[in-house]
Design a protein around this ligand. Sequence first.
Ligand code: FEO
Ligand code: CA
Ligand code: CA
Length: 699
Amino acid sequence: MPEIGRRLLPVLGHSGGGRDAMTCRYRCGNACDHPVPNRSENPYLGDVVNASMSRRGVMRAGAAGALVLGLSGTVTASAGPALADQKPGKPGQPATPGKAGPLKFKPIPPNTLDNLVIPNGYDHSIVMRWGDPVVPGAPEFDLAKQSAAAQAQQFGYNNDFVGVLPFGDGDRALLVVNHEYTNENLMFPGYTSLDALTVEQIRISMAAHGMSVVEIERVGRTGEWRPAGGHRLRYNKRITGSTTPFRFTGPAAGSALLRTAADPKGTTPIGTLNNCAGGVTPWGTVLSGEENFNQYFVGGDQAPEALKPSLARYGITTTARYPSDSRKWERAQERFDLAKHPNEAHRFGWIVEVDPFDPDAPPRKHTALGRFKHEGANVIVARNGRVVAYMGDDERFDYLYKFVSDKKYLPGDSAVARRHNLTLLESGTLYAAKVTGDSPAAEIDGTGKLPADGAFDGSGTWIKLVSGNTSYVPGMTAAEVLTFTRLAGDKVGATKMDRPEDVQPSLKTGKIYAAMTNNTNRGVGTYPGVDEANPRPANKHGQIFEIVEDRGDHTGTSFTWSLPIVCGDPADASTYFGGYDKTAVSPISCPDNVAFDSAGNLWISTDGNALGSNDGLFATAIEGSERGHLKQFLTVPRGAETCGPFITGDDRSVFVAVQHPGEITGASVDNPASTWPDGDYAKPAVVVTWRLDGGPIGS
Ligand code: FEO
Ligand code: CA
Ligand code: CA
């Protein structure tokens, strides 16, 4: 059993899915308790089908308890198209070729231990935890004497996205991490309420948001990594929610909608907020999604009337001066009061690009990729050389998007190529997805039973919203489409999905995988009902959505889709695992982030397990006879969510971010619900896991 230093709190009420109410409060401002922001009458897929029916502390599995799942089978890794040029890493300095193959690890069972549980034959260590020094000279973390100045030099709170960008020798890399949000209950001893926080404490929270860049080094010849020492650490830096200047790029940069009193040119926003998932680009930068930014603003009731509908569409309260769940940040920075600075909200909700190899370059917010509750963005280089970014808007009944660059990717790491590639996301075309099922609506009966053709599947189109300064949405300018992208999606009839989270192309096959995490409002009351792409009402467990671009052209406007995995307990008849024997797969709930190893196996992390287990990381083959043979690789401690994940290009290490450990209603620093990772109180941390024999992860 794990060592538990003190008695832990019982798990109290959960809200929406399996997520604890405290997570709902701090992470997304109780989004599930608010009305769904998308009340557009844009037809949902069910309507479309009905209208056109004729159309188509190391704890290993051995110690965690008996295992009842089946053992591994064999996988034949398919030889995919030559996309190896896109291995994450510094261009021109390819990582050691990957060695992943069939998934042979013995899955771990679901559990509720307050520990990180990994399979036999693996080990793990903490790479960075909340408060660890990042910037050279940063003070050591002192919980009792924390200051905003110290936090701005230390690892932030609630790590989410993890990217690892290697240097050429393969033994050093830059770890780039998002810090999505803070939980003041679990950060400040003696916490009573947000109203009682000092302004300095609010500034600490602001500084604990943002991103970190940390140079790391391999330990010996193993798959373990640790913070680099003995260098000048010139790349290490913090980006915060409150102090870091950004630069807007793209067609909406400088537009009237982005101008404020502090930035009359509308070009230089300060800080990044609620950075959730992200991606590593082929040119060696990191993309990061600004997600639930709405909760940081007050005063929406006094914003200009003309702005209220768009503010509300983004989940900002426009009926009260102080929403009950606001973060009180206006006490520290007036700009968070929309009564005084109504355009400030428009300066969040973008895709951020950070070049970790150029510590002096200001991070950018790319307006060409639109503004919504960006989960993240992942890029693939299309056959014609343009780059395509796939993106989800994480809200119930919101949309999937893609961006196609105007310019073409230049391979290599010459200064000319790098300078060119850094501009790829500054101009292009933005599309929203419209999805159609190919089975009769009567066969989508809400039980999860497959329709007669044997699959939840169909076709789709990418609807052009805006290209450069040309808007394709009636009544909206290009700047309006980019700033109010949700409204543009409503107008063109994009398809309402079950919370699109991480969307990532497989570099092995070119197919795209999107995690639809859940949607407990689907088919409830007056909310849109089930459709072939979102086939279960009150969807607690989510599904994986696979996109195959027609003719393999990522820049095209038509695709086919299917659901390879419909999540939940395999014993539940409404689940589906690619047709694989369901008695041999691990239960999974609320898929959130996806990743691939070099063999193209799909790795899925979860957020808010509604089956009673801790969240975890899973892996499955996605091609061949093993498609759908999902196995659980690890679980995170109590109250935590599994974020990242990131599998290094050599397949020897998997990084995960353990986000919000101990985030269980009633917990505090003084009375923690988790004592991971140090045995005292809970701290979010990035973990690396590797195989003891040095072999490829999972294989
Ligand atoms: Fe921050 Fe969509 O999860
Ligand atoms: Ca079908
Ligand atoms: Ca997420």
